[in-house]
Design a protein around this ligand. Structure first.
Ligand code: NAD
Length: 504
């Protein structure tokens, strides 16, 4: 019998609640194409209830005058408990992630470790924040004293994608709660299963009702009403540019802040002074990890023309060695892409590249040994021009396109030839050159002699059309804090601007 996912409801106000219209969305295992359960489909009516409960929960603390410090203290405790629970259930959660989105099991286990690590990290950061409160400001007038308070923004809506279903959600949930906000999470309809399990963890650790609400559902039915809701004080979004633009428009109507983590078409520059095997492995990892569905995938290879032929030969050898299988199988390194829609979209990108005159050096098809599932072989495309769709647009699948360069200037020009600016990588033994490239490249992240490592201590986010705001690190916490100035008049003398009224 096929593995099934637990049957869950919406998580509102600390309880499981059926969606008002009782609609459900099937969960399909992308490796087998079988339905393995379903998730609730929230609509605007459910969003209304969740926002109401979430606001009540946030303002209850304020009304009781317990203040910001109190609010965050138990959150740190719950945050640590959540981290411990996830570590305890790591294998079970990883399996659910794998059958929901197709990620190789080893990667899903790694994600769960990162989830627990992220909760721990923000619990520490929240503790440190208390020490930074009320830091005095230096003013040019001695008659005034001023300090700054960092306070939670309020009720926040967190809208997330399917490629790292739980990890992307926790990159937002952990700092939002650590900052003292109350949150409503809307994960992707294509992979929500582990986010609903996070709700169960919140129940188990006794998180106060309403602090975190989790609504699954379609983007236009559940995400859109959340983005436009006047009582949601901020939207933090990770997803495509098209949706990011809709969310920004909705938020603009009520003048609500947003932070956007969007798509990318990131370059990897390989110079001629490199070790071919080490660089080939990082190039493969940079594009084909997570089944190629990485926002920061270094999916444009820019390689020095003097080594291009040998390098591509090595790269093809590495790529052909990648184990493609059911992602639960031991040693799997490439599973299926998330859905039938995504599978069709990727194959269309490949056929358009061919019709525009590019060459498929390897891959481009479903692996012969797999009859079911949304599998696409890791694909390398050469003879690419800068006007081709494959060079310009994000595929979000295991597809790497290649161009060669002669000079450093040419390499940089090619690297920056994109409206996106999320990730980038440079591979060279000349560290001064790497330093020059790091400064000149237009991206929020630069990897030197590697591609894709990610740490919750370091800021994550893009420039140009890849969005604004940063997840992770202290910047991730700042996303959910607002800054309040408190200024006191300390002189015993009257202010003395107006003439005092004559005594009666
Ligand atoms: P998507 O934009 O289709 O969906 C993302 C989320 O938005 C989902 O929860 C979806 O239900 C919701 N949504 C859809 N329409 C909406 C609307 N009108 N209003 C409100 N919410 C709506 O993106 P996706 O396909 O889930 O994810 C892939 C994209 O995410 C890629 O472009 C990828 O690069 C990007 N991504 C970026 C990062 C990053 O850190 N920058 C990380 C992961 C993924």
């Amino acid at each position: 019998m096929a593995l099934q996912v637990p049957r869950r409801q919406l998580f509102i106000d600390g309880q499981w609640r059926e969606s008002l219209l009782k609609n459900r969305i099937p969960v399909i295992n992308p490796a087998t194409e079988q339905i393995i359960g379903d998730i609730p489909a929230a609509t605007s009516e459910d969003v209304e209830i969740a926002v109401c409960r979430c606001s009540e929960s946030f303002f209850k603390e304020q009304r009781q005058g317990l203040g910001f410090g109190f609010w965050r203290f138990p959150c740190q405790v719950f945050t640590r408990h959540r981290a411990a629970k996830i570590t305890e259930r790591k294998t079970e959660f990883a399996k659910l992630e794998t059958i929901d989105c197709g990620k190789p099991l080893d990667e899903a286990v790694w994600d769960m470790e990162d989830v627990a690590g992220c909760f721990e990290y923000y619990a520490d950061l929240a503790e440190g924040l208390d020490a930074k409160q009320k830091a005095p400001l230096s003013l040019p007038m001695e008659t005034f004293k001023s300090h700054v308070l960092k306070e939670p923004i309020g009720v926040v809506g967190l809208i997330t994608p399917w490629n790292y279903p739980l990890l992307m959600a926790v990159w937002k949930v952990a700092p939002a709660l650590a900052a003292g906000c109350a949150a409503i999470l809307k994960p992707s309809e294509l992979a929500s299963v582990t986010c609903l399990e996070l709700a169960e963890v919140c129940r188990e650790v006794g998180l106060p009702p309403g602090v975190l609400n989790i609504l699954t559902g379609l983007g236009h039915e559940a995400g859109a009403p959340l983005a436009s809701h006047p009582n949601v004080d901020k939207i933090a979004f990770t997803g495509s540019n098209a949706t990011g633009s809709k969310i920004m428009t909705a938020a603009a109507h009520v003048v609500k802040p947003v932070s956007l983590e969007l798509g990318g078409k990131s370059p990897i520059i390989v110079f001629e002074d490199v070790d071919l095997d080490k660089s080939a492995e990082w190039t493969a990892f940079g594009c084909f990890w997570t089944n190629g569905q990485i926002c920061s995938a270094t999916s444009r290879l820019i390689v020095h023309e003097n080594i291009a032929k040998q390098f591509l030969d090595r790269l093809v050898k590495w790529v052909k060695n990648i184990k493609i299988s059911d992602p639960l199988e031991e040693g799997c390194r490439l599973g299926p892409v998330v859905s039938a829609g995504q599978y069709e979209k990727i194959l269309k990108f490949i056929s358009t590249a061919k019709s525009e005159g590019a060459t498929i050096l390897t891959g481009g098809v479903r692996p012969k040994h797999l009859k079911k599932g949304y599998f696409v072989e890791p694909t390398i495309i050469t003879d690419v021009t800068t006007s081709m769709q494959i060079w310009r647009e994000e595929v979000f699948g295991p597809v790497l396109c290649v161009k060669t360069f002669r000079t450093e200037e040419e390499a940089l020009e090619l690297a920056n030839d994109t409206p996106y600016g999320l990730g980038s990588a440079v591979i060279s033994n000349d560290l001064e050159r790497c330093d020059r490239i790091s400064k000149a490249i237009q991206a929020g992240i630069v990897w030197i002699n590697c591609s894709q490592p990610c740490f919750c201590q370091a800021p994550w986010g893009g420039n140009k059309r890849s969005g604004f705001g940063r997840d992770l690190g202290e910047w991730g916490l700042d996303n959910y804090l607002t800054v309040k100035q408190v200024t006191r008049y300390v002189s015993d003398e009257p202010w003395g601007w107006y003439r005092p009224p004559s005594k009666l």
